[in-house]
Design a protein around this ligand. Structure first.
Ligand code: GLC
Length: 546
């Protein structure tokens, strides 16, 4: 962060902790709050400003915890509320803010509200918290409309003992019934849940599926047979994504958070059609920031990247919001793997491809990409393990796959487990220090090749990915030009992205495979690869003094 500001979120580098896979404190094979607590010094020394913790609430784990059965507690396999309190206090003592995941689009089917709804009559207040409808056809045996679940199959199911014959909507797994955001009780409940966590000391919320809460009245048919939440919606007036009415919800949330003494922030997960639509979520009276998935989805191509950077910044700055940049998260193929597939590579966030991965290429590009991302104006999100150069594990045994996509797609799409494999911390063999010595096996197996990618093996090696991240984050904190603000493009060869930030900072990224000459004889502060006689190697970024 360049200058201390109360709007800490405008420049923050926020590290995503996928809790189950970060560090296992009690040796049961799952990461947990205790494990995270022991690794806070690692995160402080890495140089991030905040962490975002994926859902830690009680959950049957039908979708990795995004199926919440109690929004005001911690799931026993992850810890307890008293451990969460300790975590918050310790993180704050290390100057780390803590953002938690809020899942407002749906609950778990085990949530007391949904259990009550199943046991109640059609038309009852309990059913009106969700989206229940009669089926189509003379006997109601066909779903109410043609909407598809993001994980495959219809977006409608009937409860196991539902004598009333009604169907309920679930845009995700059947274990994740959608809430009815037309119901004031749902509004009041979520405001209360947020206040509960703010009072406990959290510094903000990442809003899951922020673009999905409102459904078009009458629930009209879609007319397509596939929906994918990790892709932008196929039209502007979509019946269940990015509807205008969601903004009223976020205005009321903003009023609540502004009235709370905590200096807290919202970040939206919103997969929308274009940067202008995204900017609508971060108008001054709505949410503070939103993930920029256009940047994540962009291929490794100078003109396209420049276009995404320009259009994102123009749209966000028009509403006074900072840009945020992100390369990976727990839903998408790790970017080392995406960039390592020169042809299919970064085409989409999930690339289930048979094209072999060129790991060396992917790592080289990943080094350049992170320097680019951290030099751009605004904030940035890192996903655990990217600082180690981890790649997507694409050969997990089928019987271990847990992403609901695997079952729902009839075993045709493997899903997202490959980016969720537990972190290698130390040692030469799995579980690589993921848990205590006599630990159970991690919930997903780690590749043996990760012995060269552990935190321990990379620490102190100036050429390692980890040390590149540490140096870049250190520089980002200390250099007055970095963080929020503006940038200016400078003339450069077509394969090179070159921009200036004031005062006195140049960023040069060479996206070709050939070396190019460094601009203007400036002295690099940091390069992503060893420099050869003043030339910037292919797929490299350098931050230069101006
Ligand atoms: C978001 C989460 C994803 C989850 C989905 C449903 O996209 O990032 O992991 O499966 O929402 O809650």
């Amino acid at each position: 962060m360049s200058e201390p500001t109360t709007d800490w979120w405008r420049s923050a580098v926020i590290y995503e902790v996928y809790l189950r896979s970060f560090a296992d404190g009690n040796g049961d094979g799952d990461g947990d709050v205790e494990g995270l607590r022991t690794r806070l010094p690692y995160l402080r020394d890495l140089g991030v400003d905040a962490i975002w913790i994926t859902p830690w609430y009680p959950s049957p784990m039908a979708d990795g915890g995004y199926d919440v059965s109690d929004y005001r507690d911690i799931q026993p396999r992850f810890g307890s509320l008293s451990q969460a309190r300790l975590l918050l206090a310790e993180a704050h003592a290390h100057n780390l803010k803590v953002i938690i995941d809020l899942v407002p689009n749906h609950t778990s089917d085990r949530h007391p509200w949904f259990q009550e709804a199943l046991a109640s009559e059609p038309g009852s207040a309990a059913r009106n918290r969700y989206v229940f409808r009669p089926g189509r056809g003379p006997d109601g045996s066909a779903p109410p409309n043609d909407w598809r679940s993001v994980f495959g199959g219809p977006a409608w199911s009937r409860g196991p003992d539902d004598v009333a014959g009604q169907w309920y909507l679930h845009l995700f797994a059947p274990q994740q019934p959608d809430l009815n955001w037309e119901n004031p009780e749902v509004h009041a409940e979520f405001l209360d849940i947020m206040r509960f966590w703010l009072d406990l000391g959290v510094d903000g919320f990442r809003i899951d599926v922020a673009h999905g809460l409102i459904k078009q009245r009458g629930l009209p048919d879609l007319g397509v047979d596939h929906e994918d939440v990790m892709e932008p919606p196929d039209r502007l007036n979509h019946p269940h994504w990015d509807r205008e009415e969601v903004h009223e919800i976020y205005r009321s949330w903003r009023r609540m958070i502004d009235a709370h003494p905590a200096d807290a922030t919202f970040v939206a997960e919103a997969w929308v059609a274009n940067p202008k639509q995204l900017a609508r979520y971060v108008r001054p009276d709505e949410l503070h920031s939103a993930f920029n998935f256009d940047f994540l989805r962009c291929s490794w191509h100078p003109a396209r990247l420049r276009e995404v950077i320009d259009s994102s910044m123009a749209a966000l700055h028009a509403v006074g919001a900072p840009a945020t940049w992100v390369l990976s998260n727990h839903d998408v193929t790790r970017h080392v793997t995406r960039y390592g597939r020169p042809h299919t590579g970064a085409r989409g966030p999930r690339t289930e491809s048979t094209e072999p991965v060129n790991l060396e290429l992917g790592l080289r590009r990943a080094r350049a990409a992170v320097l680019l991302m951290l030099a751009l104006p605004g904030g940035a999100y890192l996903y655990q393990g990217e600082e180690l150069g981890l790649w997507e594990v694409e050969d997990l045994p089928e019987e271990l796959l847990q992403d609901p996509t695997w079952e729902r797609s009839g075993h045709t799409v493997r899903g997202r487990d490959g980016c969720r494999v537990p972190i290698p911390w130390s040692g030469d063999t799995p579980p690589f220090g993921f848990g205590p010595a006599a630990t159970a096996r991690p919930w997903l197996p780690q590749p043996t090749a990760w012995k060269d990618y552990t935190v321990e093996s990379q620490s102190g090696d100036p050429h390692s990915m980890l040390e590149l991240y540490r140096s870049a984050l250190r520089l980002r904190r200390s250099h007055p030009a970095l963080g929020d603000g503006t940038m200016r493009w400078l003339d450069a060869p077509a394969e090179v992205l070159l921009f200036a930030r004031d005062p006195g900072f140049l960023c040069a990224v060479n996206l070709s495979s050939e070396p190019v000459k460094l601009p203007g004889g400036a002295e690099p502060l940091l390069v992503s690869a060893p420099l050869d006689r003043g030339r910037l190697p292919g797929d490299a970024a350098a931050w230069l003094s101006g």
